[in-house]
Design a protein around this ligand. Structure first.
Ligand code: ARG
Length: 284
């Protein structure tokens, strides 16, 4: 297929995201290899970059809802980790590290206040959409660093969907959304080194199209992207990934994220996908 033909096949769908302003963003502790509590963080710059990310999402026509940041929870800006939402059902995250465990109550309250009917606090450790990525009916689950393997069964039961566990093997890519991106229902982008051979085979069976990024771009959170099926918001630093996406008919939208990256995340970590608003109370 020629490039022009390919480009025509990429279709955007409207999304709805929950975001948390980085009002209290800081790197006061280290729970992943990217965090260095001795390196200075420019809070104002983090806020500007987050605002620009929000604007980029809204410019593409997507909805953004906000949850109030909580003092003392500096990682709450990484809202992806707060819960997993599928078909209007909400599985609230149970965090691996005590530094983040206070976030669960804040997210649970937000969903209840918004009228979500089926909201459950997870029993096993799972870090929400940081480790859970839906593709078709299947949920991919990253295991090994944060979300425990035993959580996969809980997730499958809660959503009534098959869960495919993927063991993560490189501590730099500790959440699934730092190692793999679902660009659309048939296209995946990943850095193979973050997975076992068995995991790579599982991914290949699910996606007819697979894009592979360079390790150096994965290190710039080039896989931590927000895709609507056509536009792909990615960190500006991941230049080669932008080229790769364009060559495959996607439209890269580059955002500066280096300040928030000091916490160990990129654009996708900052959004929790809420799904179709008409599905809000479908689980009642
Ligand atoms: N400092 C946060 C942590 O280590 C970063 C979370 C990044 N989120 C993500 N979805 N990958 O938990």
């Amino acid at each position: 297929m020629g490039e022009a033909a390919r480009r025509r096949t990429r279709e955007a769908s409207r999304r709805r995201y929950l975001m948390c302003p980085p009002t209290y963003f800081a790197v006061d502790y280290a729970i992943n290899p990217w965090m260095d509590p001795n390196a200075p963080v420019d809070g104002g710059r983090a806020v500007r970059q987050w605002n620009a990310l929000r604007s980029a999402i809204e410019r593409l026509g997507h909805g953004v809802e906000l949850i109030d940041p909580v003092p003392g929870l500096p990682d709450m800006v990484f809202a992806a980790n707060g819960a997993t939402v599928i078909d209007g059902r909400v599985l609230v995250a149970s965090f691996r590290h005590p530094e983040r465990s206070g976030e669960s109550a804040a997210f649970e309250k937000w969903f209840r206040d918004r009228g979500y009917v089926t909201v459950t606090a997870a029993e096993y450790v799972n870090e929400g959409e940081g480790d859970h990525l839906a593709v078709g009916r299947t949920v991919l689950a990253g295991n090994g660093f944060r979300t425990e393997r035993a959580a996969n069964e809980e997730t499958a039961g809660f959503f009534g969907r098959p869960v495919t566990g993927l063991q993560l093997v490189d501590p730099r890519f500790y959440h699934l959304d730092t190692a793999l991106a679902v660009l659309d229902g048939r296209t995946v982008m990943l850095w193979p080194g973050a997975f076992t051979a068995a995991g790579r085979r599982r991914v290949a069976r699910l996606f007819p199209e697979e894009l592979t990024v360079q390790e150096s771009d994965a290190e710039r959170f080039g896989l931590n992207v927000i895709s609507d099926g056509r536009h792909v918001i990615l960190p500006a630093a991941a230049e080669r990934t932008a080229g790769l996406l364009a060559a495959h008919g996607f439209e890269p939208v580059r955002v500066e994220m280096d300040e928030l990256a000091k916490g160990g995340g990129g654009p996708k970590c900052c959004v929790l996908e809420l799904g179709d608003p008409t599905q809000l109370s479908a689980a009642a």
